[in-house]
Write a protein that binds this ligand. Structure first.
Ligand code: AMP
Length: 397
């Protein structure tokens, strides 16, 4: 079966067409600037050059129409419309309602709407994507795959905040965690690579990309994760603060005479390694180059990022009681031997040692721990689209 995977944002839409049998990507692409001037679709059929088509996209319906046109046109299309057997949608927030992927029906759409106040930037866009696909591909089964679902196994002591309990009861304020599809995919794959049963393993997954989060996975189940009610909590990220004292918000508002919205923009878009490096870059490639060249602002940003990761590894080691393997994934985790080394060099407290030769790997599965290491260190590339396609196929075959 050919599965169309859709990741729909407010002004962009990423897609991949995946063959469920071979798990090959048949075509992948992106619609940019939906609802804005200058919109275009960029896509790459497998084995061919990238194709860019400028085309007005006043809304997501038009974007989905253009995706279908890209996939099915006579010139460079890769399938006929009736070959697309199912659509898998990435949904950011499933609240407490969704603990696994589900086939989309009216009830599911209503439930995704109901938790939209927990992800006001993401869930409405995800719903627009679902509705646009329903319109353009009526009758094709669709599946919702939630970023939060994998983390629903966390015990209450890990997900509850130290607020009056009524705020959890009234508003659902708690830790949910994100990147769940990635944490799930990587932890399962790590067990396969190690040739062990997931039930016997205690893992820490470090998803280090522009957004970054850690999870503690015990026997295949998430027991804690660093992102919270929203993806702002936890690690220092590309442009997000991660953990800060909530009083900082009020303090900045008073000092700068700014609004809550201003400060939320600051902590989401202008902070993290970007802000710490005096706006040098949120991209670790730039920061790494500047760090090596002796730039103190880049060093400050990367060192703070690394310290926070190590601190979380320490706390998750305590939460797990033992750690068998630490997995690095996402843009930085998969590609930056430099950042991995800075992190791993601080892990002697758990007896971890790094194999510097193996650590040169980029974007490939590799065990990077030394022969004497008490903890396996490994690079496990994530593949959220494949995970979504697998769940979609499992529910629609
Ligand atoms: P992601 O959010 O997982 O797509 O990761 C994107 C981030 O990965 C970029 O902002 C870069 O900081 C980082 N990245 C990608 N490639 C490399 C690389 N070769 N070395 C260091 N960082 C990288």
């Amino acid at each position: 079966m050919k599965i169309l995977v859709i990741n729909c944002g407010s002004s962009s839409l990423k897609f991949q067409l995946i063959d469920s049998a071979s798990e090959d990507v048949i075509c992948k692409g992106l619609c940019e600037r939906i609802g804005i001037d200058g919109s275009r679709i960029v896509y790459t059929p497998a084995g061919k050059d990238k194709i860019i088509k400028e085309s007005p996209m006043p809304d997501h319906n038009r974007a989905i129409e253009l995706v279908i046109e890209a996939l099915t046109n006579k010139e460079d299309g890769v399938v006929s419309l009736d070959e697309i057997g199912a659509v898998g949608h990435r949904i950011v927030h499933g609240g407490e309602k969704f603990t696994k992927s589900v086939v989309i029906d009216d009830e599911v759409i209503k439930a995704i709407e109901d938790v939209s106040d927990l992800a006001p930037l993401h869930n409405p866009a995800n719903l627009i994507g679902i509705r646009a696909c329903q319109k353009v591909m009526p009758g094709v089964p669709m599946v919702a795959v939630f970023d939060t679902a994998f983390h629903q196994t966390m015990p209450e002591e890990a997900y509850i905040y130290g607020l009056p309990y009524s705020y959890y009861e009234k508003y659902g304020i708690r830790r949910y965690g994100f990147h769940g599809t990635s944490h799930s995919f990587v932890s399962k794959r790590a067990a396969e690579i190690l040739g062990k049963n997931a039930a016997d393993l205690k893992l820490i997954v470090c998803h280090l990309g522009n957004g970054a989060s850690l999870s503690a996975v015990d026997g295949g189940k998430c027991i804690d994760t660093s992102m919270g009610l929203t993806p702002l909590e936890g690690l220092i990220m590309g442009t997000r603060t991660g953990d800060i004292d909530p009083s900082v918000v009020e303090f900045i508002m008073k000092k700068e005479n700014s609004t809550v919205a201003d400060v939320m923009n600051l902590v989401n878009k202008k902070s993290g390694v970007f802000g710490l490096s005096n706006d040098l870059s949120s991209d670790f490639r730039d920061l790494e180059d500047a760090y090596v060249a002796g730039n103190p602002a880049a060093k400050r940003a990367v060192d703070a990022f690394v310290y926070r990761v190590v601190k979380y590894i320490g706390s998750y080691t305590a939460a797990l009681g033992r750690v068998d393997a630490i997995c690095f994934t996402a843009g930085v985790g998969e590609n930056s031997g430099f950042v991995r080394k800075l992190i791993c060099d601080k892990l002697q407290f758990i007896g971890a040692t790094l194999n510097e030769e193996a650590n040169k790997v980029r974007g490939k599965e590799e065990i990077i721990s030394g022969a004497d290491s008490k903890v396996t260190l490994m690079v496990v590339p994530t593949n959220e689209e494949l995970a979504i396609a697998r769940d979609t196929y499992a529910l629609c075959k």
